[in-house]
Design a protein around this ligand. Structure first.
Ligand SMILES: Nc1ncnc2c1ncn2[C@@H]1O[C@H](COP(=O)(O)OP(=O)(O)O)[C@@H](O)[C@H]1O
Ligand SMILES: O=C(O)C1=C[C@@H](OP(=O)(O)O)[C@@H](O)[C@H](O)C1
Ligand SMILES: [Mg+2]
Length: 258
C-alpha cells in the first residue's frame, strides 16, 4: 500500500468514529427530550445551549483548530434542534389570533429554536402578488386577499414540520380551519385589547385597523372573532405580560401534552 493510501485509510477510520459519536450524541438528545416530557420539565431551555457553547469554547481555547471546531458545532447544535423538533412534532404548527398578539414574532423565534421552516403567510402572499397587504386590500378588496390565504393553506399541506404564522383573519373561514387541521396543530394566542393597542400602535401595515386604532374598536372586533378563534384552537396561550421565550415554552409544553 502506498503512503497516501495508508493516510487516507486513517482518515476513513476517523470519519467512521465521528459518525458513530454523532449517532450517540443524537440518541442522547432524544433521551433528554423523552426525560423532559415524562417529567413535565421545560422543553426548550435556550440558556442550556448557551452554557454548552461556553463550556465548549473554554474546552477548545488552546486548540489549533478552535475556529473550525466551533463552526462544526454550530451545525451539530442546529441539527440537534431539528431532531428535538421531530421528537416533539411531526405535523405543522399554525399560530392564529388577533392582530398584534405576536404570531409573527413567536413563530420566528420557534422556527429558530426548533430549526424548522417558518411560513409567514402575509409575507408569502405579498411576495406572490408583488404588492403590500394594504395595496392588495385597496386594489382587489378583502375577499381576494382571503382567497389568497385559503389557497396558500391548501398548498401548505404538502410539507410537515413548518411553523406557520397566520394572518389574523385566517381562522374566520371554516375551510381554512379544516385545511389547518389536516396535518397541523392550531395554537391560539390571545392578549387584552390594551396590550394589542400597545403592540400595533406604531404600525400602518394592517388595513383593518386604519383610522381605528383604539381599544373600543379592537375589543369590538375581538368579540366578533373570539368564538371562531376558540373553535379552531387545539391549545390557547395568553401572551399578556409574557416575553417571547415564555410564550414559546408554554406553546411547546402544551402541544407536547396534547
Ligand atoms: N410577547 C410580546 N411582548 C412584547 N411585544 C411583543 C410580544 N409579541 C410581539 N410583540 C411586538 O408586537 C408587535 C406585533 O407583533 P406581531 O408578531 O407582528 O403580531 P401578529 O403577527 O400577531 O400581528 C411587534 O412589534 C412585536 O415586536
Ligand atoms: O386580522 C386580520 O384580518 C388581518 C391580519 C393581518 O395579519 P396579522 O394578524 O399578522 O397582523 C393581515 O393578514 C391582514 O392585515 C388582515
Ligand atoms: Mg403577523
Amino acid at each position: 500500500m502506498g503512503k497516501l493510501e495508508e493516510i487516507r485509510e486513517r482518515l476513513e477510520v476517523c470519519d467512521k468514529q465521528i459518525v458513530s459519536v454523532l449517532e450517540d450524541r443524537m440518541d442522547i438528545i432524544k433521551e433528554i427530550m423523552e426525560y423532559k416530557k415524562e417529567n413535565g420539565l421545560p422543553i426548550l431551555q435556550p440558556e442550556q445551549e448557551k452554557r454548552q457553547r461556553k463550556m465548549l469554547k473554554e474546552h477548545v481555547k488552546e486548540n489549533t483548530y478552535k475556529e473550525e471546531i466551533l463552526d462544526i458545532f454550530t451545525y451539530i447544535v442546529e441539527n440537534s434542534r431539528r431532531i428535538q423538533a421531530r421528537t416533539l412534532f411531526t405535523h405543522n404548527i399554525f399560530l392564529i389570533g388577533f392582530m398584534g398578539v405576536g404570531k409573527s414574532t413567536v413563530s420566528d423565534y420557534l422556527s429558530k429554536i426548533l430549526a424548522s421552516p417558518q411560513v409567514e403567510m402575509d409575507q408569502v402572499i405579498v411576495n406572490k402578488e408583488h404588492m403590500s397587504i394594504n395595496k392588495i386590500f385597496e386594489e382587489y378588496g378583502e375577499e381576494y386577499f382571503r382567497n389568497c390565504e385559503t389557497n396558500l393553506l391548501i398548498e401548505l399541506q404538502k410539507k410537515n414540520n413548518q411553523i406557520v404564522s397566520c394572518g389574523g383573519g385566517v381562522a374566520m373561514r371554516e375551510i381554512n380551519v379544516r385545511e389547518m387541521k389536516k396535518n397541523g396543530r392550531v395554537v391560539l394566542l390571545t392578549a387584552s385589547p390594551e396590550t394589542i393597542l400597545e403592540r400595533v400602535k406604531d404600525s400602518d401595515e394592517r388595513p383593518l385597523l386604519r383610522g381605528r386604532k383604539n381599544t373600543e374598536y379592537i375589543s369590538e372586533l375581538m368579540e366578533i372573532r373570539r368564538p371562531k378563534y376558540r373553535a379552531a384552537a387545539d391549545i390557547i396561550v395568553d401572551t399578556d405580560h409574557k416575553n417571547v421565550e415564555e410564550i414559546a415554552e408554554e406553546i411547546v409544553g402544551k402541544l407536547t401534552h396534547l
